[in-house]
Design a protein around this ligand. Structure first.
Ligand SMILES: Nc1nc2c(ncn2[C@@H]2O[C@H](COP(=O)(O)OP(=O)(O)O)[C@@H](O)[C@H]2O)c(=O)[nH]1
Ligand SMILES: [Mg+2]
Length: 306
């Protein structure tokens, strides 16, 4: 059993294989729920990489389902886009590539898949690969074990594929979980637990780390660079906004100062006018009083002289 932090116990699993081999259904078996679309119709065919999280007996697992990257279900551009997306979903690196193969239906393309995985993900990727057979129910029907199948039944190219993957393989009966019987539910759970144990043993053999190669590292670094670039752009924008706001504030302050000065001038001129008017009024009043007095004196004088 693995001990340590939850991050150490976490398993990042990628499903790779041709369209219709059972990747999405196997992903759902691992997750313990129907997350990825599966089926035989064209509408159910996965066109994009998808990521989903779950827990197996309290352990976090992340599953990445991929479309048929190595068959003709996608255009070369779509394959390119999806591989780029897949790599970004896998950061910092998967613990295992599950090379999904249907029991009894190995095709020449599938034989070349491991080579393609190596070409895309790098030389060491086969050290992180487990062959996952689907349609284990057909073996049960034939009362055959997976060991019988891999040692006696399958052809040399499949034997070579398994040996290139360090002899690691596992079988899923993805239809087990659909049955309601308690015994089937238990054995559906145990086939997932057995796979996790095989993954753990492989991880241990690989020095306890996940798969990281130049491509994944380059992608990670590129994403980091983009993030830094974005941060710099945002900081620059914030700084220029701050500067613009400060300039606007200075303009407003200047405007207020100007208005204050104008107001003061207006008040001064009003006061000045008032003073003038008051002086004029006093002069006028004094002059007016003087004239009246003069008139009265003149009239009184005339009256006395008569
Ligand atoms: N009998 C049987 N059918 C399976 C098993 N796993 C998947 N299938 C079927 O295979 C078909 C294709 O599966 P799917 O997961 O969509 O394949 P993908 O294209 O690789 O994602 C579906 O009809 C599944 O129900 C299995 O273990 N047993
Ligand atoms: Mg699919």
């Amino acid at each position: 059993m693995l001990v340590g932090k939850s991050e150490d116990k976490k398993r990042l699993i990628v499903l790779i294989g041709k369209t219709g081999c059972g990747k999405s259904t196997s992903g759902n078996t691992i997750l313990g729920r129907k997350e990825f679309k599966s089926g035989t119709t064209t509408t159910s065919v996965t066109k994009f990489c998808q990521k989903a999280h779950s827990e197996i007996d309290g352990r976090p697992v992340v599953v990445v389902d991929t479309p048929g990257l190595f068959d003709n279900s996608l255009t070369p551009e779509e394959v390119n886009d999806e591989i780029t997306k897949c790599i970004s979903l896998l950061a910092p690196g998967p613990h295992v590539f599950l090379l999904v193969v249907e029991i009894g239906r190995i095709t020449p393309e599938e034989k070349a898949t491991l080579e393609l995985i190596k070409k895309i993900f790098g030389k060491n990727s086969e050290k992180f690969t487990i062959v996952l057979f689907t349609r284990g129910d057909s073996l049960e029907h034939e009362e055959q074990t997976i060991e019988d199948y891999t040692q006696k039944e399958c052809d040399d190219s499949l034997k070579k594929l398994i040996s290139d993957c360090g002899g690691r393989y596992h079988v899923f009966n993805n239809y087990k979980k659909q049955s309601q019987s308690a015994q089937n539910k238990q054995s559906a759970h145990s086939q997932v637990n057995e796979l996790i144990t095989k993954i753990d043993n492989m991880v241990k053999k690989n020095g306890g780390s996940c798969f990281t190669n130049r491509i994944l590292k380059d992608k990670e670094e590129e994403m980091k660079r983009q993030q830094e670039k974005l941060q710099i752009t945002y900081e620059e924008r914030i700084q220029s906004m701050k500067k613009r706001m400060e300039e606007q504030k200075a303009e407003i302050d200047q405007e207020i100062k100007l208005r204050d000065e104008q107001l003061k001038k207006l008040q001064d001129s009003i006061c000045h006018c008032c003073n003038k008017f008051f002086l004029f009024f006093i002069l006028f009043h004094s002059w007016h009083t003087f004239l009246i007095k003069l008139c009265v004196t003149t009239i009184v004088h005339q009256h006395h002289s008569q």
